[in-house]
Design a protein around this ligand. Structure first.
Ligand SMILES: Cc1cc2nc3c(=O)[nH]c(=O)nc-3n(C[C@H](O)[C@H](O)[C@H](O)COP(=O)(O)O)c2cc1C
Length: 272
């Protein structure tokens, strides 16, 4: 049920909702009308574009949305956030507030998805104690693989093989980097853009996390562990019909960065 409703007292009949509808399922009579509920993408552009807040869709109250005017971030500060975000590899062992994690996930669910599928699943470890059990399980499995000579060539001396050695000799965790939390995005294999959707969701989560003082790390080592340990994805509750996007660890940083790095120039190919 799309529940497209117009508050006729607020509607100024500008036609913007019909004009902007990407599915072309709104037409203008005197007032806007939804002509094909099945064709609606559920993108809420009609609610967002209405200058007077006259459109409600999917049961959403337009007055519950944040007004964009005067509330958008300053571009210079956003640039500092993008350039100042660092991969955090040192974490405090304090858990983040669960409400903060939930809020970050809620915000990340606003990331765009192909055909507005909104099918990204956020698999999250919200408690450091759960993370510690997982860490020990994963390390035990990887140690066994190494001891049994079952690590793929190229991973024996480096990556996973090295991680096992560091764990054994120094109790150092270079798989999860000692982080108290883990996030893995996945999406149904038959979604229009499962890989892209999962990565965009993590990128969105990451930027918002850093804006709130939470450190993150894209974690290829966890991805390797997922590919090497049979049943690990299932043990984490990731559905069989899902493509795993990527893994990210996060938590309260035990490191503070004081300035942006200086990269670039961007590698650009100008089409003439
Ligand atoms: C897809 C991806 C996978 C990564 N995997 C790891 C990893 O397994 N371990 C690690 O320490 N860093 C990992 N990184 C972090 C990169 O090394 C890091 O982004 C890069 O060195 C630049 O540093 P910065 O993120 O602080 O700008 C990964 C980054 C990306 C984007």
């Amino acid at each position: 049920m799309v529940q497209f409703q117009i508050d006729e007292e607020r509607c100024i009949q500008c036609g913007e909702c019909a004009e902007d509808c990407p599915a072309g399922v709104i037409s203008m009579d005197d007032y806007p009308k939804m002509t094909n509920e099945e064709g609606c993408y559920r993108c809420q552009h009609c609610l967002a574009v209405c200058p007077t807040g006259a459109v409600s869709v999917l049961g959403r109250d337009p007055d519950a949305s944040t007004l964009l005017e005067k509330n958008m971030p300053d571009a210079a500060r956003l640039e500092t956030l993008i350039k100042g975000r660092r991969s955090v590899r040192r974490y405090s062992d304090r858990d983040l507030d669960k409400a903060l994690i939930d809020e970050l996930l809620h915000i990340a669910s606003h990331a765009p998805t192909g055909v507005n599928a909104q099918a990204v699943l956020f698999t999250v470890v919200r408690e450091g104690a759960v993370m510690q059990v997982l860490r020990e399980e994963v390390m035990a499995e990887l140690t066994k693989l190494k001891d049994d000579g079952k690590l793929p060539e190229g991973m024996v001396e480096q990556y996973i093989g090295m991680a096992v050695e560091m764990w054994k000799k120094e109790g150092m965790d270079i798989i999860f980097r000692g982080a108290p939390h883990l996030l893995i995005t996945s999406a149904p294999k038959d979604a229009p853009c499962p890989v892209q959707d999962t990565h965009i969701a993590l990128t969105t989560f990451q930027l918002m996390a850093h804006a709130r003082g939470v450190g993150t790390l894209w974690d290829g080592m966890v991805m390797m562990a997922l590919s090497l340990i049979p049943g690990l994805a299932t043990r984490l509750g990731i559905p069989e019909n899902h493509t795993v996007g990527y893994a990210m660890v996060f938590g309260e940083p035990a490191v503070e960065y004081h300035r942006t790095v200086q990269r670039g120039p961007a590698s650009v190919n100008i089409v003439k």
